[in-house]
Structure formats: structure tokens, C-alpha cells
Design a protein around this ligand. Structure first.
Ligand SMILES: Nc1ncnc2c1ncn2[C@@H]1O[C@H](COP(=O)(O)OP(=O)(O)OP(=O)(O)O)[C@@H](O)[C@H]1O
Ligand SMILES: [Mg+2]
Length: 248
């Protein structure tokens, strides 16, 4: 479904060139939940932005369902893919009610938009009561649910989540992840789940890529509930959380 091939990207600060993404190869298949982990600054968010064409890659290509994604045709891609960021409160207009926020992406939809929203509300465990509130009147978890619902209203085939649980406490993190798992099961939605929280990623994902200094250094598929990494950095990273799985 999503194919990232040999993507590289550098930034210049002054006349110093810093390679942020180095020959990235990554795929997400239909219905798959794929994790990208790596320490802060390893290039995870840059990768998400490049995939969403918010920034261009220097080299390499991104394809979706076999078709090349470019800045020019990204509108087509945005129908099928949605990106959600960490900071839900910043993503939600403070002067809009939840109802307005949710109606906005549906402005070109034919049929009963309000009914569609009401149907979807329960999917993210929100109620009609929330529709009349402003973002500042919601908890962090509720804000992230509204943010998530806004993306889901477009019925994306692929959801890219960049650190969407980082500011939430453990219990709410778990709720949001369980919700993603349900949506994946029910709607067949593929998810690219970017996070530095290893237990959460291990719990949520079918397959994990490990990034370090702009490179993908390892990849593992969940087998019998566990991941097996071969690269020493990845091993070290995951050994440190062994026994602290989110499930337990
Ligand atoms: N617009 C920019 N101009 C210059 N450098 C940038 C820019 N955006 C990001 N960088 C640099 O690119 C590197 C990777 O940043 P990125 O945000 O992708 O990391 P990350 O893996 O998402 O980290 P975190 O886990 O903290 O979110 C960092 O060194 C950062 O300083
Ligand atoms: Mg980031």
C-alpha cells in the first residue's frame, strides 16, 4: 500500500549540511500496523512529513497503491491518508466547537454530515455532549480523540500517527491504542505508528522499524507476540524494556 523507496533528505543550517534521512526504505501493507521507533532526533517526524509531502525528499520516491505520490498530486493521496500529530490541542482551533471542527473536513460531503458525525462519535468513545464543547474544555485524551475522529471522518486507508500518545498518561495511552486496534480490525485501516515509547509500540504493532541517525537499522515482525531484532542498537533498545510490556 505505502512504499517508501530510498528516501533521503538533508537540511542546511548555515552552510553545514545535515543528513536527516538516509536511504529510507519502508512499506506498510494493507491492514498492517507498522511501528517506527528511534530516539529523539533520529528523523521520525521528518519521515512522516516527507511521506505526507509537507516537505520534499531530496532523492527517492513514495508510492501509494502503486501510484507515485508527488507534491502535485498529493490531494489525491490526502483522500486516502491522514496524518495526526502529537499535540492535539495545537491541531484544534480554539475558537471552534468540536462540532465545527468535525464538520469542517466534511464540507464537500453530500448527504447528512451531522448524522455521519454522530455515527462516528461512538467509535472514538465520545458522546453528543462533547460536540458543544471547545477544545479547552476537553481533557488531553478527549482532545486526541477529537483529533483522531477528524481524521477518521475522511475514512482513510492509511493513518500516520506521529507520537499521538506522548502527552497522555498510561491508562489513556492504552485506551487510544486499543481504539486504533479496533479501527484497524473494523475498518481495515492501515496504521503507521511513530513513537519513542517502546512498550506502546510493541503492544500496538505487527511490525517495527528501528531508526537511528536517519537510517533504518533494523526491522522485526511480531512472532508469537514478540519481536526479534538482530542489530545491536535495536537489541539494546528493546532489551531495556523487556518485561515492561504494556499488556502487563
Ligand atoms: N526544518 C528543519 N530544519 C533543520 N533541521 C531540522 C528541521 N526539522 C528537523 N530538523 C532536524 O532533523 C533532525 C530530526 O528531527 P525529527 O523531528 O525528524 O526527529 P524525531 O525522530 O521526530 O524526534 P522526536 O522523537 O524528538 O520527535 C533533528 O536533528 C532536527 O533538529
Ligand atoms: Mg518527532
Amino acid at each position: 500500500m505505502l512504499d517508501v523507496s530510498n528516501v533521503s533528505k538533508s537540511y542546511f543550517s548555515g552552510n553545514h549540511k545535515q543528513k536527516i534521512l538516509n536511504e529510507i526504505n519502508l512499506t506498510v501493507r494493507n491492514g498492517e500496523i507498522v511501528g517506527v521507533v528511534g530516539e529523539s532526533g533520529s528523523g521520525k517526524s521528518t519521515l512522516a512529513r516527507v511521506v505526507m509531502q509537507l516537505e520534499s525528499a531530496d532523492t527517492g520516491s513514495i508510492a501509494f497503491n502503486g501510484q507515485l505520490v508527488t507534491r502535485k498530486n498529493r490531494k489525491w493521496f490526502y483522500q486516502a491518508s491522514q496524518l495526526i500529530f502529537q499535540n492535539a490541542s495545537a491541531a484544534l482551533s480554539p475558537s471552534w466547537t468540536v462540532r465545527d471542527i468535525l464538520l469542517e473536513p466534511l464540507r464537500t460531503m453530500k448527504g447528512n454530515r451531522e448524522a455521519h458525525i454522530r455515527r462516528m462519535l461512538s467509535k472514538v468513545k465520545l458522546s453528543e455532549m462533547h460536540l458543544h464543547k471547545y477544545p479547552s474544555e476537553l481533557s488531553g485524551g478527549e482532545q486526541q480523540r477529537v483529533n483522531l475522529l477528524r481524521s477518521l471522518l475522511m475514512e482513510p486507508e492509511l493513518l500516520i500517527c506521529d507520537e499521538i500518545i506522548s502527552n497522555l498518561d498510561r491508562l489513556i495511552q492504552r485506551e487510544i491504542i486499543d481504539l486504533l486496534l479496533e479501527l484497524n480490525q473494523e475498518m481495515g485501516m492501515s496504521i503507521l505508528f511513530i513513537a519513542h515509547d517502546l512498550p506502546a509500540v510493541m503492544y500496538a504493532c505487527d511490525r517495527i522499524y528501528v531508526m537511528k541517525d536517519g537510517q533504518i537499522v533494523d526491522e522485526s515482525v511480531k512472532t508469537d507476540g514478540a519481536f526479534h531484532f538482530s542489530h545491536s542498537y535495536a537489541k539494546q533498545l528493546f532489551d531495556s524494556v523487556l518485561g515492561k510490556r504494556m499488556k502487563e
